[in-house]
Design a protein around this ligand. Structure first.
Ligand SMILES: Nc1nc2c(ncn2[C@@H]2O[C@H](COP(=O)(O)OP(=O)(O)OP(=O)(O)O)[C@@H](O)[C@H]2O)c(=O)[nH]1
Ligand SMILES: [Zn+2]
Length: 334
């Protein structure tokens, strides 16, 4: 892989490139101090849609300034805009700066693109939409989303739909030890509790086809007019990737839909990244042999995490849940 490609993958903040000359790196050009702050809400063929000052009513289309090179700019990024930021028809601003990201979600590599690219930046929470029936919930998918959250710096929220078809108790119980917040919805009720949770925040949304994600988004955003069954109805193939888009909530806050993203990239995440989301085990993990996968015997017979439970410093269920997440990282099937 070319060095420049690798940088594009993992560069999470943009630095002024060190000049070829002798200019010291610390002497940053105070360039574009007057840039207008904006949030990226959509990306389409080299054009970025932005909300100036985070105001969904101030839509500005922008290109990436030449000086940014191939720096990735994704939905949720906080950027600086210069040039024509009026948002009038046929105007184009320039993105001259990308602020450091507070969280990242990466999509999985696939046949058409071998890299795990960032799909959403700066989301505070990930709404994992799963139906309680029709289709049956897939805990493997939920677990992989949780891993992506713990490693990417997002708070996970389980959103269990179609509560009119099945009782959520059993599924909720299996996530009790992880203390994942959960909301339960059904299409004949208003998602009031969910709206409270989304208000004023940036939330990414993920879910498999048919779980009722469009139904839910239409309830949350009556003006978004997201057609149910939209993706399948236009006959796009399963592997068509559709870009993420940030939709403004009434009042304040954003919901970032991730159509076409069926699972998140976890290849770059280590076992220790996951363990660090479990404070009671973090110290013991340092006692483990180097390269310990923390799965316990037989894979990792000398893992120290079991000692924490034996000493009574953690509930056995916490370790079981942690190890379930560690195991789910290995399986690529979302
Ligand atoms: N019984 C029941 N059916 C629901 C509920 N929510 C959605 N459905 C139905 O489930 C099917 C899928 O709903 P969608 O909202 O299109 O699901 P989606 O997740 O957006 O799926 P795609 O459009 O394929 O991405 C539709 O037939 C809905 O009417 C619910 O709360 N209860
Ligand atoms: Zn270990």
């Amino acid at each position: 892989m070319a060095r420049s490609d690798w940088r594009e993958l993992d560069e999470s903040d943009v630095r002024v490139r060190p000049g070829k000359g002798t200019r010291p790196r610390s002497k940053r050009r105070p360039a574009h101090a007057d840039a207008t702050p904006a949030m990226v809400t959509g990306v389409d063929r080299g054009r970025w849609t932005c909300a100036a000052e985070g105001d969904p009513g101030r839509v500005v289309t922008a290109m990436r300034a030449r000086e940014l090179g191939r720096t990735p700019v994704v939905v949720g990024d906080n950027v600086g805009l210069v040039g024509d930021v009026s948002g009038k028809p046929d105007t184009l601003a320039r993105i001259v700066r990308v602020e450091e990201r507070s969280s990242v979600l990466r999509r999985t590599a696939d046949d058409t693109d071998p890299y795990e690219r960032i799909v959403v930046a700066n989301a505070e929470q990930l709404l994992i939409v799963t139906s309680l029936a029709d289709p049956e919930p897939r805990t493997g998918f939920i677990d992989r989303c949780l891993v992506a959250c713990y490693a990417g710096g997002l708070e996970p929220v389980l959103c269990l739909t179609k509560a009119d078809l099945a009782d959520p108790a059993e599924l909720l119980a299996s996530y009790a030890d992880l203390a994942v917040p959960a909301v339960v919805t059904r299409y004949d009720k208003q998602p009031g509790g969910l709206l409270d949770r989304l208000k004023g925040r940036v939330s990414a949304l993920v879910g498999h086809s048919g779980v009722g994600k469009s139904t839910l988004v239409n309830k949350l955003l009556p003006d978004a007019d997201l057609a149910t069954g939209r993706v399948s109805s236009v006959g796009k193939g399963r592997h068509t990737s559709v870009a993420a888009v940030a939709l403004p909530l009434p009042g304040s806050g954003w919901v970032v839909d991730t159509p076409g993203v069926r699972s998140f990239g976890l290849a770059h995440i280590t076992a220790d990244d996951i363990v660090s989301a479990f404070p009671e085990f973090a110290e013991a993990a340092e006692e483990c042999p180097s390269g310990c996968g923390h799965l316990g015997p037989p894979e990792d017979p000398d893992c120290s995490l079991d000692d924490v439970v034996t000493r009574g410093d953690a509930k056995p269920g916490r370790l079981v849940s942690l190890r379930r997440l560690l195991a789910s990282r290995a399986g690529m099937e979302g």
